[in-house]
Design a binder for this molecule. Structure first.
Ligand code: SAH
Length: 262
């Protein structure tokens, strides 16, 4: 039954993540909700639990799969994913999947956001560069964990929306810029951490060079086959590389789409 439901969800939500991760026991409640409660055997009563919430999403989809950093979990508890999900998708705000947003882009699966943030391990004094602002969900989580976030989005309307959303929510240590993430932000470098949330085909060397020493970058790498990679800068010309898990992200595209929003 679970396999069946996974298949059904796969066709409902185009996803930017690897589906091989285990699904928590009563994950099907979300499916039930989004399908209008047509399957009595999967009702809330059947599970004896309340509705899906941000808190429950974190416990069941993120913590239960091994993300343990108390700082990361606390930051995620303080950022309600529903505030970043488009109005038309509110019933799926806590779904265990990436969700489509606008212009063919996505908001990442909560588990992948948790895992990437834990792998990045941002520290309170860090200046962080993020590539691929999207809705600003990941940006908000980073902003709670470090001194300053510089986030670059190539689509002007997404950059504008995310900037005003984050301002409205009171994030004062975030700068959202419209630009090509491949160039990074040489004028603001070095960064102790770089988070990339769109997939380049190869290691982005310009970004790597904007890391502080020591510094760390988390990036989904590849085209059809992608892997989450952790790159550490350990000396001026010395880098180490570690593979985490297979993932599926939208591609990192060269150039911006239209006039800069900044
Ligand atoms: N982190 C986002 C999801 C990112 S989806 C969230 O939490 O909502 C990936 C985003 O990367 C898309 O918005 C896409 O437009 C952007 N992107 C792709 N190539 C880019 C580039 N070269 N520079 C900046 N942003 C890019």
């Amino acid at each position: 039954m679970r396999r069946l439901l996974q298949g059904a969800l796969g066709s409902l939500f185009p996803s930017d993540h690897d589906r091989r991760v285990a699904f928590p026991q009563d994950w099907c409640f979300t499916v039930n909700q989004s399908q209008g409660d047509t399957m009595p055997s999967f009702s809330t009563k059947w599970f004896g639990r309340g509705p899906m919430t941000n808190e429950r999403m974190i416990a069941e989809q993120i913590e239960a799969r091994g993300v343990r950093s108390p700082r990361v979990l606390a930051a995620m508890r303080n950022v309600d994913r529903a505030l970043f999900v488009p109005a038309a998708r509110q019933s799926e705000a806590y779904a265990d999947a990436a969700l489509p947003t606008t212009l063919g882009q996505t908001i990442s699966q909560p588990y992948i956001v948790g895992l990437m943030t834990e792998l990045l391990d941002p520290q309170p004094a860090d200046k962080v560069l993020e590539i691929g602002t999207g809705t600003g969900y990941q940006t908000a989580i980073l902003a709670r964990l470090c001194r300053e976030v510089w986030s670059i989005e190539r689509l002007p309307s997404l950059a504008d929306e995310a900037r005003s959303r984050l301002e409205r929510l009171g994030y004062a240590n975030v700068h959202v810029l419209c630009g090509d993430g491949y160039a990074g932000l040489p004028g603001e470098a070095p960064f102790q951490r770089i988070m990339v949330t769109a997939a380049p085909p190869e290691e982005p060397e310009t970004l790597r060079a904007q890391l502080a020493v020591p510094g760390r970058m988390v990036v989904p790498l590849g085209e059809t086959e992608q892997e989450l990679i952790v790159i550490q800068r350990i000396g001026p010309a010395e880098y180490s590389r570690r593979v985490s898990i297979p993932v599926r992200f939208v591609p990192m595209v060269h150039g911006t789409a239209g006039p800069s929003a900044t």
